[in-house]
Ligand binder design. Structure first.
Ligand code: F0G
Length: 482
């Protein structure tokens, strides 16, 4: 992003694009918001978009596309097999990751299904990783393996000054190799570690973990779904890389990995995904499952239009103006909230601003789902939809006990190029009001609890009439204001 200094005010993020297509938003009155969240089972996933003002649920499939992407969609070559669109995308992936093969899949979790199924070859295996993502863990568990989360200790501290809290701890990996090398199915590094606040992995760490994997003959899988933000942080936080072009950084990550997979709903601002790899033997094993689950090898479940958009989107990922926008907006939000003493995850990461719900609502125990409760409270007072990333997002153990999350977070995602700075300022204002009134917020209890990925469909209810009291206080303070 261009370095622009301001004369009469503190520096702030400056958009290096202009808005050319808009979508009208709805901000319902607070009574309707209260009703909507109740009907949605106090689960923000179950709100209808027409009930939402700022949709900060996720950046997945919701990033703004560029004029170049939209134009490319019109050139799509629609055929079941051998489409030109595929070859354009394959060539772009070869160029950006320096990998030999590209196997298309309809989204990130489809890649996780295929990789877990192929690489988990016997019962009792283990997959070491910096940190899990919900769908990655669900697929790995489904094929009988367990995960080992070996992020560096600071990764799990909400407040820190460590610029690379997503780093996988090499000591812990070496210890695990010593103990259980034969059981390791693969090692997984997640770029821009989602569940611990979008925290990046340094290139030094990619190199170190790759060297260990090569030495031990272990397969290194990189989840590149959140790589765009991670590239920005390598370039801006790792001295050695400040003058290295993004294209070189991306190719270096490609060369350090055996397999890279990604959700194009995040990386490339389109919808789709795929698995990129170097080795012939792995390609042959993995390839068999693509037509079975995804589609023929030249579309993998994606529409050709989205594939064209992805080709351009990957190209635009090499542009600092493009990849800096979300991290700079997130940093602005994190800095402003921190200045108000509101607990947020620091340093600012990618993906979104993460409120530390554990500290925000330190009067609630984790089994009252503070992150989920905060998500409903924020929706009620602002129409902003965030995503619970805490104990609700965990899955019960096979014996029925409930694991408590390492961190209780409310994620406010900033899809790329979607929101304006005044909308971010509105979000900050409402969060500030909520923080001043935080003691009014109570807990949630499950009414319906699905067995797998319960956060998607689960329904809950407040443990008292606290949402009504919160609404009354809002009306007292804001009068007729929406
Ligand atoms: N890996 C990471 C790091 C992700 O963040 C996601 C999705 C996936 C894999 C799965 O990809 O959705 O295309 O199947 N994250 C979304 C989110 C859902 O909201 O954070 P997918």
């Amino acid at each position: 992003m261009a370095e622009v200094k301001f004369f009469g005010s503190a520096d702030m993020p400056l958009e290096m694009h202009k808005v050319r297509i808009i979508q009208k938003l709805n901000l319902l009155p607070i009574d309707e918001r209260l009703k909507a969240i109740s009907e949605a089972g106090n689960n923000t996933f179950l709100l209808k978009n027409r009930e939402v003002f700022l949709d900060m649920l996720t950046d997945s499939g919701t990033n703004a596309m560029s004029d170049r992407q939209l134009a490319a969609m019109m050139t799509a070559d629609d055929s079941y097999a051998g489409s030109e669109t595929f070859y354009r995308l394959e060539a772009k992936i070869r160029e950006v990751f320096d990998t030999k093969y590209y196997l298309p899949a309809h989204q990130g979790r489809a890649c996780e299904n295929i990789l877990a199924q192929t690489l988990i070859t016997k019962p009792g295996m283990i997959v070491p990783m910096n940190y899990h993502f919900t769908t990655a863990k669900a697929h790995i568990s489904r094929f009988g393996a367990e995960i080992a989360e070996i992020v560096g200790d600071e990764g799990l501290e909400a407040k820190s000054s460590n610029p690379f809290k997503g780093n996988l701890d090499p000591e812990k990996l070496n210890a695990l190799i010593k103990e259980r090398k034969e059981d390791i199915a693969f090692v997984r590094i997640e770029a821009g570690t989602n569940l611990i606040g979008g925290q990046p992995v340094s290139m030094a760490n990619f190199k170190e973990i790759s060297a260990i994997c090569r030495r031990e003959g272990l397969i290194l899988v990189v989840d590149a779904s959140l790589l765009a933000d991670n590239l920005y942080f390598i370039k801006t936080r790792e001295e050695e890389y400040k003058d290295v072009p993004i294209s070189d950084i991306m190719r270096e990550i490609g060369s350090l990995s055996d397999i890279i997979y990604f959700s194009a709903r995040k990386l490339g601002c389109a919808r789709g995904g795929g698995i990129c790899l170097h080795r012939d033997d792995l390609m042959e094993r993995i390839r068999e499952l693509i037509p079975l689950y995804e589609g023929f090898l030249t579309y993998g479940g994606m529409s050709v239009r989205e594939m064209e958009a992805l080709t351009v989107g990957l190209d635009e990922t090499l542009d600092m103006d493009m990849i800096a926008q979300a991290p700079q907006f997130i940093k602005h939000m994190v800095d402003e909230l921190s200045a108000l003493d509101i607990p947020v995850v620091t340093p600012a990461g990618g993906l979104g601003c993460h409120l530390n719900a554990g500290e925000f609502l330190d009067h609630l125990p984790q089994n009252k789902y503070p992150s989920g409760a905060l998500a409903t409270a924020l929706y009620i007072v602002s129409g902003i939809r965030g995503m619970e990333r805490g104990t609700l997002s965990e899955q019960r153990n096979p014996d029925g006990t409930e694991p408590l999350a390492h961190m209780e977070l409310l994620r406010l995602a900033l899809p790329r190029r979607v929101f304006t700075l005044s909308q971010i300022k509105y979000a900050i204002d409402r969060i500030n009001w909520l923080y001043q009134n935080r003691r009014l917020i109570g807990g949630l209890n499950f009414v319906e609890e699905p067995r797998i990925l319960r956060f998607f469909f689960g329904r809950l209810k407040p443990d008292s009439d606290w949402q009504i009291k919160l609404t009354e206080k809002f009306k007292e303070d804001f009068g007729e204001s929406l």
